[in-house]
Design a protein. Structure first.
Length: 180
């Protein structure tokens, strides 16, 4: 079916691809459908850019900038933790996963170099090379073009224009801990 990583990340699937390939659009569909099915989905989105989560004049930002290591902002609707690294190394994917509440499935956007099961979103029209030829952890590709003849054996090729095929693939391959 799919390779199991050496770390216990059975219910973690990475979604990778070049910028503009449609990763977020696909993830939005998957999360919407899975949540409607009663699946608890967590998502980790990696960014290479600085994150601005609050206006600088807000109390929480002012206190964080004053030196607080973490600020938890809470409301009746949601809460967020902002953790300042202040020169410390970026936490590993494993460390970030450990901070999340339990879920039936955690989808990870980015983290291309991590040894986790991954699905690549690939649009040849973008003119950028695919990632799957060089990454054995990419076990499936969602593309708007048919699989090329040189695609490696065992690589699952899904129709990006039919996101339900990707949803079915996730469900059929036991990536989700429990479907209610």
């Amino acid at each position: 079916m799919h390779p199991q990583p050496s770390t216990p990340m059975r219910n973690v699937v990475g979604i990778v691809g070049r910028s503009g390939s449609g990763k977020t659009t696909l993830l939005e569909f998957l999360v919407t459908q899975l949540a409607a099915d009663g699946v608890r989905v967590n998502l980790i989105k990696h960014s290479h850019h600085d994150l601005t989560l609050e206006p600088p004049q807000k109390d929480s930002a002012r206190l964080r900038m004053a030196g607080a290591a973490e600020v938890l902002v809470a409301s009746p609707y949601r809460f967020a933790i902002v953790h300042e690294l202040r020169g410390a190394p970026e936490p590993t994917l494993e460390e970030q996963l450990a901070r999340l509440a339990p879920a039936d499935l955690t989808l990870v956007e980015g983290f291309k170099s991590n040894a986790i099961v991954k699905l690549e979103v690939f649009r040849p029209a973008l003119g950028q090379a695919a990632l799957y030829p060089l990454d054995p952890h990419i076990v499936a590709v969602a593309s708007d073009q048919p699989a090329p003849p040189e695609a490696r054996a065992g690589l699952v090729w899904l129709d990006l224009n039919d996101p339900r095929s990707v949803l079915s693939w996730l469900k059929l391959n036991n990536f989700i801990k429990s479907i209610k």
